[in-house]
Write a protein that binds this ligand. Structure first.
Ligand SMILES: Cc1cc2nc3c(=O)[nH]c(=O)nc-3n(C[C@H](O)[C@H](O)[C@H](O)COP(=O)(O)OP(=O)(O)OC[C@H]3O[C@@H](n4cnc5c(N)ncnc54)[C@H](O)[C@@H]3O)c2cc1C
Length: 478
């Protein structure tokens, strides 16, 4: 086992007390097998992973695995399975409702973070690597992942477990991040290390991509890369009116030459209700501004940036919030849903006028991301039922509290708001959950969410995690 300088390294598990123990323990221990990394139980290590970005749910794990290899994860999953201990994997811990927390073992996957190889078309990476680091490495060879989240300080395993929508790259001309995976290495809930792809062990491949960590721990991934352009030109347009905004949104997502589109939404009383951003990537030949903005009802503000500066815009903004206000400590009861193309406009017209400033907060954001449906291929990120349109949209009301620190009344109010908003969005507008946020869900809600895929998901769970130890956070299978 790799030595820890100061961490309390686990020697074994005391079955009589059902507790992990260090070398000083008096009882008879089930010895932990040798590991390439380390297993620790000191309070600082456990406290650091006891909550996620939401600061709403707390589960302090009994032990933290800092894996040195996929083999370590397999060893510890087997060890925990024999003792009926829950196991969760943490990427960067940026979900907001305890999805990746565990009262048993917590695998701190950020320690597996290598880029194993890069070719012009593919990258082979450890799943604990951040998208930011892959993007920098790929861009040095003039390539990029085809889909990048708005914030790239997220782990590859984390976003592949939820879907990975194109916050700043992708969505119009590429699928979700899960649609650009060629092969995976996965440690299943039985502690086996498996490889899977569209053609090999497909049920496992299907079940882990967008599968919320229910059937295995993704340890390695072979991902698509595409050629990167040097620059990004962004056209920003403001609207007070939902109909005009939606008209221009629909125009821009289908407009030749536009590579990416997203929008911000604001509560009533703000200068603009919507801000729409359309981006064209380019090398030396400049985008045709007149062609891109033809017929739009608002006047664009145009900004050019280098590709990496563009891709890291939100990372820089979040870094600043972390430094200036300690953003990590704020409560974040996020509301994130998928809406069908046919209902987005009615939904916005219904909900946006009801929002207050407190619903978003000074450090939060309301966001809309389009996704071309034909480019999505995986069964488990649950997009809305096909509705005859070519588009689905993610809508986020990413609420952040007005000040740092605990506020149980605010949590209760916002979770109730999310439950109410979601019930109406699902029942009247055909929404599904994008499961990164804080919407309380019952077992029946999960069944409804998976719909005709529920049986397949359940079968994969029984096959690959028969003892039901993996990722209890979302309580999908009880
Ligand atoms: C500022 C900000 C911007 C964002 N922008 C976007 C965006 O543009 N598009 C988008 O899609 N999302 C976006 N997100 C949401 C983000 O995708 C999710 O929060 C995602 O879960 C974060 O990745 P993570 O590494 O923090 O995962 P974690 O929160 O650590 O994990 C997410 C879930 O996956 C499980 N998990 C983690 N790693 C593995 C693994 N290797 N194998 C199996 N299961 C695993 C965890 O147990 C947990 O259930 C954003 C989040 C933030 C904070």
């Amino acid at each position: 086992m790799g030595a820890a300088a100061s961490a309390a390294v686990v020697a074994g598990f005391d079955p009589s007390r059902r507790a992990w123990a260090t070398g000083e323990s008096a009882g008879v221990l089930d010895r932990v097998p040798p590991l390439d990394g380390e297993l620790v139980v000191d309070d600082a290590a456990r406290e650091a992973v006891a909550t996620d970005l939401g600061n709403i749910v707390r589960h302090k794990p009994h032990a933290v695995l800092r894996p040195g290899s996929a083999k370590d994860i397999a060893t510890m999953v087997r060890f925990c399975r024999e003792r009926k201990l829950s196991v969760s994997t943490r990427g960067q811990g940026h979900t907001t409702h305890g999805q990746g927390l565990s009262a048993g073992l917590l695998i701190e996957n950020k320690h597996l973070n290598k880029v194993h190889s890069l070719t012009p078309r593919t990258a082979v990476v450890d799943s604990g690597l951040k998208w930011m680091d892959l993007t920098k490495a790929a861009f040095a060879h003039k390539t990029t992942p085809p889909t990048l989240t708005a914030y790239t300080g997220l782990s590859i395993g984390g976003t592949l477990s939820v879907g990975g929508i194109g916050g700043l790259v992708g969505g119009l001309n590429s699928g979700l991040q899960v649609d650009h995976v060629r092969e995976l290495e996965v440690v299943t809930g039985t502690g086996d290390i498996e490889r899977c792809s569209r053609t090999h062990q497909r049920d496992l491949f299907d079940a882990v991509l967008g599968g919320l960590g229910q059937c295995g721990v993704i340890t390695k991934a072979t991902l698509d890369l595409i050629p990167a352009k040097e620059n990004a030109r962004t056209y920003a347009l403001e609207y007070g009116d939902t109909a005009a905004f939606c008209r221009d949104l629909r125009t821009l997502i289908d407009r030749p030459g536009v590579d990416h589109v997203y929008a911000e939404l604001f509560p009533p009383g703000t200068n603009a209700t919507y801000k729409l951003y359309a981006t064209a990537f380019f090398d030396s030949a400049q985008p045709d501004n007149a062609a891109i903005t033809r017929g739009l009802s608002a006047a664009p503000q145009i900004t050019d940036a280098g590709y990496l500066d563009y891709v890291f815009t939100i990372d820089n903004a979040i870094d600043e919030l972390r430094e200036t206000i300690g953003w990590d400590r704020f409560i974040k009861p996020w509301y994130d849903i998928w809406l069908p193309g046919s209902t987005i406009e009615n939904y916005l017209a219904e909900v946006v006028p009801t929002l207050t400033k407190r619903d978003i907060g000074p450090y939060g954001a309301g966001l809309i991301y389009p996704q071309r449906r034909a480019l999505t291929t995986r069964p488990f990120p649950r997009l809305p039922k096909p509705d005859g349109t070519r588009w689905a949209f993610v809508l986020d009301i990413n609420t952040v509290a007005e000040q740092a620190g605990p506020d149980p009344a605010f949590v209760e109010e916002m979770l109730a708001r999310n439950a109410r908003l979601f019930a109406r969005a699902r029942d009247a507008h055909g929404a599904t959950l994008y499961p990164i946020g804080s919407v309380p869900f019952t077992a029946q809600d999960w069944r409804t969410q998976y719909g005709d895929r529920w049986q397949a998901f359940h079968a994969a769970k029984r096959r690959y995690d028969p003892s039901g130890i993996l990722t209890p956070g979302p309580a999908i299978f009880g």
